[in-house]
Ligand binder design. Structure first.
Ligand code: HEM
Length: 479
């Protein structure tokens, strides 16, 4: 059973994430307005926005998922409150360091900080160690939190049970809840990619402080960067899915989902393949051994398709011709799964090597990952935030403005994403602060995207005010 302390810190996570999300959407709209030539920023300012927006988004939706699984995990086992607090303190410190490096130090090498960009100083000299330090600080906080949740889980479920391997034999006697299975699979991936980040940062530090005596291998650095960046961006989606497996049937008034052999198999595949899917980021690096490129394509299919297959199947079976209680929570889960699958299909199209020759580094890339984030994972977490906040609210009208919020989210989200997809199909490059005249569609698409993103922002503002009001009550209540 969760404690009052856990309830309060979960409320604080929710308020922090939603506040930073709003600021971050504003940065996104500013970028689109600049690309649409409505405002005129220096390229360095555009790239400072892009760096800040990218890393902050990854950070907040990662911690949103972690806060969600930490809260729900208390249904099965005791988690560490101290690890949760450490993660909170280090996340806030890291975000402040990041924003200092980008907006005071003017660091603007992108959230992927591809080698050797951070070392080619075009900003305050201190901004490079400050930016890399921000990742270290957040990474240590998240590693502590993930390792702590893993060890607590292993105390109750030995590894083979946590990974639900007993389902590969007939009539398993011990049950593993799907929530525990997916959380464990995801936490292992998170720990692996965060350790990769620590190694990457150590190698940057070695070169930075060696005064030219030591130079890194660029290909190795790129592999490590995407092992960290791609993996964490995908694992955070699975945190949201663990929450769905736990709550979707419950809020619909249906029996709890159970683990079966095919759910266990699908998620165990995900564990293996998610760690090698990142190779698809290196298709255009022709010095990369060809075998890795092939692994990249196969692993990208295998990491997404089985998990998506069983999740979509479970969700459809749960709602098809079944009288379920629809509420804002399961509506968000349902639409979020659709967004995740559509974005996933966009990704699968892009990771297919023959297509990648055309789509590589076009707006197709932000198109697909914004789909499974802005209309996928964000909705999973919003569903959790809403569900959590109404647990302790005396106001019975928790479904107020549901239609308006969903309509604004969908109109704003789909319009904003379509501009990216059409841009990608038109071969418009990503990460341009201003588009060259050769792409006449780019400017009108950027303006349209800014308008739709503002509609999406309106929905998020309503969520913010409603959910934060309830969370503040939880935070300041005596019990
Ligand atoms: C309505 C909300 C959002 C808006 C308006 C927005 C806008 C943008 C824009 C304009 C870019 C630059 C794209 C380019 O030209 O290459 C961008 C990049 C990025 N966005 Fe968003 N975004 C939103 C939501 C999100 C969400 C929910 C995430 C969650 C993870 C996210 C993560 C990122 C990342 C990681 C990048 C960096 C991409 C890169 O380095 O190429 N964004 N966003």
């Amino acid at each position: 059973m969760e404690t009052i302390k856990l309830r309060k810190i979960t409320s604080l996570w929710i308020i922090t994430v939603l506040f930073l999300f709003i600021v971050n959407i504003v940065l996104g709209i500013l970028m689109r307005l600049n690309q649409g030539e409505i405002i005129h920023e220096q390229p360095a300012t555009f790239y400072a926005h892009m760096t800040t927006h990218g890393l902050t988004q990854i950070g907040i939706w990662f911690v949103a998922g972690m806060a969600g699984i930490n809260y729900l995990m208390e249904r099965y086992l005791k988690t560490s409150y101290l690890a949760n607090v450490v993660a909170m303190v280090l996340t806030v410190t890291g975000i402040l360091m990041l924003w200092t490096s980008t907006y005071i130090g003017n660091f603007h090498a992108g959230w992927t900080f591809l080698y050797p960009l951070p070392l080619k100083i075009m900003w305050a000299k201190w901004a490079t160690p400050m930016f890399l330090g921000s990742i270290l600080v957040m990474g240590v906080g998240w590693l502590t939190w993930a390792v702590s949740m893993m060890t607590q889980t292993l105390k109750k479920y030995p590894l083979t049970k946590a990974l639900a391997w007993q389902y590969f034999r007939k009539n398993p006697t011990i049950q593993t809840p799907p929530f525990i299975l997916i959380s464990m699979i995801t936490l292992i991936g998170i720990v692996a990619c965060l350790l990769g980040a620590v190694l990457l940062l150590a190698m940057y530090a070695a070169e930075y402080y060696s005064n030219g005596a030591f130079v890194n291998d660029a290909l190795l650095m790129k592999n490590l960067t995407y092992f960290f960046g791609h993996t964490i961006a995908n694992e955070m989606l699975y945190l949201g899915l663990a929450v769905i497996y736990e709550l979707f049937s419950e809020v619909g008034g249906r029996p709890k989902w159970k683990t079966t052999w095919y759910i266990s198999l699908a998620w165990n595949c995900t564990l293996v393949f998610i760690l090698t899917a990142f190779f698809h980021h290196l298709y255009m690096d022709f010095v990369q051994p060809v075998g890795f490129q092939i692994i990249g394509q196969i692993a990208s299919y295998m990491a997404s398709l089985p998990a998506a297959g069983v999740t979509v199947f479970s969700v459809l079976v749960a709602v098809y011709r079944t009288p379920i209680k629809w509420s804002l929570t399961n509506l968000l889960f349902f639409i979020g799964v659709a967004g995740w699958v559509i974005g996933g299909l966009g990704a699968v199209i892009d990771v297919t090597i023959t297509n990648n020759f055309v789509l590589h580094n076009t707006l197709w890339v932000p198109a697909h990952f914004h789909t499974y984030n802005a209309l996928g994972n964000v909705l999973f977490s919003l569903a959790f935030f809403h569900w959590f906040s109404i647990q302790f609210s005396e106001n019975t009208n928790s479904e107020k403005l549901t239609k308006l919020k969903i309509t604004l989210l969908l109109i704003g989200g789909i319009g904003f994403l379509m501009a990216f997809y059409i841009g990608g199909a038109e071969s418009i490059p990503r990460r341009y602060s201003n588009y060259p005249a050769e792409f006449p569609m780019a400017v009108p698409l950027a303006i349209g995207a800014a308008v739709f993103a503002t509609i999406y922002l309106a929905a998020i503002l309503i969520f913010f005010f409603q959910i934060c009001k309830r969370c503040l009550n939880i935070l300041f209540s005596a019990s």
